[in-house]
Design a protein around this ligand. Sequence first.
Ligand code: AMP
Ligand code: MG
Length: 338
Amino acid sequence: MRKKYFIAALILAFLLPSCGGGEEYRKTREIMGTYVTITVARGELPEMVVRGAVRDAFEEIERVDRLMSTYKPESQLSEINRLAGIAPVKVDPEVLETVRDALDVARRTDGAFDPTVGPLIRLWKIGSEEARLPTSAEIEKAKELVDYRQVVVDEPASTVYIKKKGMALDLGGIAKGYASDLAVSLLRKRGLTGGIVAVAGDIKFFGTRDGGRPWKAGIQHPRREGGLLARLEPGDAAMSTSGDYERYFMKDGVRYHHIIDPATGLPARGLISVTVLSKESYLADGLSTALFVMGPVRALAFARAHPEVEALMVTSEGRVLATGRFSGMDIEAVEADN
Ligand code: AMP
Ligand code: MG
């Protein structure tokens, strides 16, 4: 099982600073193998409307999970993977859109983010009881099955096809963000004036708290459980954090975590935490994973070249790298030795 207790602490750390007063409506549910918390300002809306909107926003996230989970054999994503090298699969618009977005992030990051990382994820099994260190032969074999260029999205036909047998899509690095985008768009349509949808470390903020007060967010400290690295008022934005502390195992003093560098087939080295702010949550989610894989030098150059995303990163030596609004913040160095 995943480290749910830690993720719960993480969510709490994110939301505690924003909740004093207690007038918001908030619900937490377990979806996508993690905790999802929706918080909304009540505004002038009747209680029934607020509750109904939040219930339906959770349903949007559950729908994404049913469609795109690799843990559910009946999901459309599992069907795409079963028919790799055999036939295209007709999918719902949401699956088409997420795969298209994932391929777009892959191209933009030169494959640091690669949604066909599935065979490597299956090999490492990080986050499950069976997680183990694979042999280098196993890693090489799985690595050959990772290549986002082998995925064909046919928009008019609404199909997704993976050209090579044995290849597999894994949308774990982008689907949580996409789900929070969908949930926020539903809440807005129902007339809600402000809220937060947090799917583990993928969080989308919109509008304000009642009275026009801004939402506040905290970024999880990568080595102090429950501690905060930074606080900010994100405004209308999505914030996504990828960390090596979320799902990992230790062996001989080395941390093996869930963000895999497709170039090496090994957990990415060089950074221990990456937070990305952007307008859309799917993009913040995909890019936080991608920057994590790129490592400090490439990630900092990428973030600087793309002012539409703002990044806060911590290197494995505990150094803090920041762009955009993060660069003006006073953030202490982190003690990191593994
Ligand atoms: P996140 O926590 O958003 O950084 O996403 C991590 C998840 O994304 C992992 O659990 C995998 O399912 C998936 N993943 C791992 N490495 C990569 C990668 N290089 N590109 C795309 N997805 C990845
Ligand atoms: Mg991500």
